[in-house]
Write a protein that binds this ligand. Structure first.
Ligand SMILES: NC(=O)C1=CN([C@@H]2O[C@H](COP(=O)(O)OP(=O)(O)OC[C@H]3O[C@@H](n4cnc5c(N)ncnc54)[C@H](O)[C@@H]3O)[C@@H](O)[C@H]2O)C=CC1
Ligand SMILES: O=C(O)C(=O)Cc1ccc(O)cc1
Length: 279
């Protein structure tokens, strides 16, 4: 099985490695615009071949996995429309938002090409092939989006081998859940970090004093700016909804503190403590 992976970063390279380790017949062809990523992929024996041009390697692919930032995934889905693909090819993606990706895939689907949107609840704030980890996908929730039963069956067959927990979901439902579970936390973490800008100028030693609270809540503040720009731009309405909900919750705390209203502040933390136990 020839598996072309476009985007050999943390998610693409780790998925490629997990697939390679889970099936004897898998041959990984790595594609990336970054030549260092291609060289590293060869060096760690991840791939049988590499290319910086997806067009030149898709013709005999059995599976094509798009694992670049989302707006590049969308552009690639448009490009694939004009290329000759192997009959029966399965195309998948790893993008963190699904509605716009599924819309971009519609012309391919209408041509009879199997496409399954995917998103693993795995990964870290790191980026690039240096973050490759063959166990990144172990036991993690993995969303699949598609109305094509046969394509989903084939995607499941490929992914079951790497030990993920598959969940079928509608694209819009997925994106709304991600707005609260992933997009909002990343914006909040970045806001927390950015909030220190002036204090950090006044007290350059500030980072030495950060305890677990700051470190735990801001780890994802170091995530890749390109990736997160794409995620927010492709989950616009749901992310705005989550941010506005956050803003009104924050405003309630501000008002309670201004009014020295200890009961409301207690209730705010108590509600969080109860809810947090569910996660
Ligand atoms: N990092 C994470 O924790 C997670 C990321 N995702 C999604 O997976 C996708 C990939 O994310 P990561 O692997 O973290 O990103 P990454 O930044 O580690 O890797 C992206 C790779 O794509 C390459 N690339 C960028 N534009 C390209 C193009 N036009 N053509 C060819 N190669 C290109 C880059 O050189 C890089 O090697 C994104 O769509 C992201 O939303 C999904 C789940 C978790
Ligand atoms: O670093 C973390 O903890 C993350 O939350 C990583 C992450 C980033 C993007 C996703 O779509 C899913 C997971």
């Amino acid at each position: 099985m020839r598996v072309v992976v476009n985007g050999l970063g943390e998610m693409g390279a780790s998925l490629a490695l997990a697939i390679k380790n889970s099936r004897d017949d898998a041959e990984i062809i790595g594609v990336d615009r970054n030549l260092d990523a291609l060289n590293k992929a060869k060096k760690i024996d991840l791939v049988v071949d590499t290319s910086s041009d997806l067009k030149s390697v898709v013709a005999d692919a059995d599976v094509i996995i798009l694992a670049t930032p989302i707006r590049a995934i969308i552009a690639t889905l448009h490009d694939l429309l004009d290329l000759t693909l192997k009959p029966g090819v399965l195309i998948m993606d790893t993008g963190s938002t699904k509605d716009q990706v599924m819309q971009a895939a519609q012309p391919l689907i209408k041509k009879g090409i199997a496409f399954v949107g995917g998103h693993a609840m795995a990964g870290t704030q790191r980026a690039g092939i240096d973050a490759v980890d063959g166990h990144l996908y172990d036991q993690v929730p993995y969303f699949l989006v598609s109305d094509d039963q046969d394509a989903v069956y084939r995607a499941k067959e490929l992914l079951n081998g790497i030990g993920v927990h598959i969940i079928r979901v509608e694209a819009q439902q997925h994106d709304l859940m991600m707005a609260y579970l992933s997009d909002l936390p990343h914006v909040v973490a970045a806001t927390l970090v950015n909030s220190t800008t002036q204090t950090l100028t006044d007290y350059p030693e500030l980072p030495n004093y950060a305890a677990g609270g700051f470190k735990d809540t801001t780890r994802i503040g170091a995530a890749d700016p390109q990736m997160w720009t794409d995620i927010l731009m492709t989950n616009h309405d749901a992310t705005l909804e989550s941010l506005e909900s956050f803003q009104s919750s924050l405003n309630r705390v501000i008002e309670a503190l201004k009014a020295n209203d200890a009961t409301t502040i207690y209730d705010f933390f108590d509600h969080s403590k109860q809810l947090r136990q569910k996660f």
